[in-house]
Design a protein. Structure first.
Length: 201
């Protein structure tokens, strides 16, 4: 299974991360009501109407991690990112927690930043339900995610099966495995979710 690896190539010393503004989030724009929009020439605002902490990261087109941090609920639920010091190129602002993840593509060209909704990827924690004895169906709610990976580990953390699927639903027959606890690790290469199931014959 491919792992999405990030290397820290650039440390932005003049990065500004501060809450500002009075606008209200448009609940339903992104995962868990989180929304990313342009606020000024090369600035974006991240609206976080949730009370849970959110992990954020800024990544360039080569996969280099430029910024990583955690947003806790501030008074207005708005965090501003100043991207004035970034050169022209494609960037990805990601946000998420244990229940969801999203990535918004940002393009800087000239002295302007643009956000295209077609470059928004999001995925919500999948459900793993038994549809027959020792047979499980994964339902992975996602938007603009081409393919998801699945890895199944036994209780000793030994990989017993891998697969990938397109679409939102995939079924697995684990009746050939011995009794015990197994963990499904499901999601696109950028974000995986773990769910534990039990096999009993």
């Amino acid at each position: 299974m491919k792992q999405f690896r990030l290397s820290i190539a650039v440390l932005l010393t003049v990065w500004s991360l501060a809450g500002m503004g009075d606008a209200k989030a448009d609940n339903g724009s992104g995962a868990n009501g989180v929304k990313i929009e342009k606020s000024e020439q090369k600035k974006v605002r991240l609206y976080t109407p949730t009370a849970h902490p959110i992990d954020v990261a800024l990544i360039d087109a080569d996969g280099n991690l430029l910024y990583r941090g955690t947003i806790t609920k501030n008074q207005k639920g708005i965090t501003s990112f100043n991207l004035n010091n970034l050169p022209d190129g494609q960037y990805y602002l990601t946000a998420g927690n244990s229940a969801w993840w999203m990535s918004q593509g940002l393009t800087i060209k000239g002295n302007a930043l643009s956000i295209d909704e077609r470059n928004l990827q999001q995925v919500t924690e999948p459900t793993v339900l038994a549809y027959e004895k020792n047979k499980f169906e994964i339902n992975l709610p996602a938007k603009n995610v081409d393919e998801a990976n699945v890895a199944i580990y036994d209780s000793q953390n030994v990989l017993v099966q891998t697969d990938s699927f397109k679409g939102s639903t995939r079924r697995f027959d684990l009746s050939g495995l011995p009794d015990g606890a197994y963990t499904f690790v499901v999601g696109p290469s950028q974000k995986q979710f773990a769910t534990r199931v039990d096999i009993k014959h």
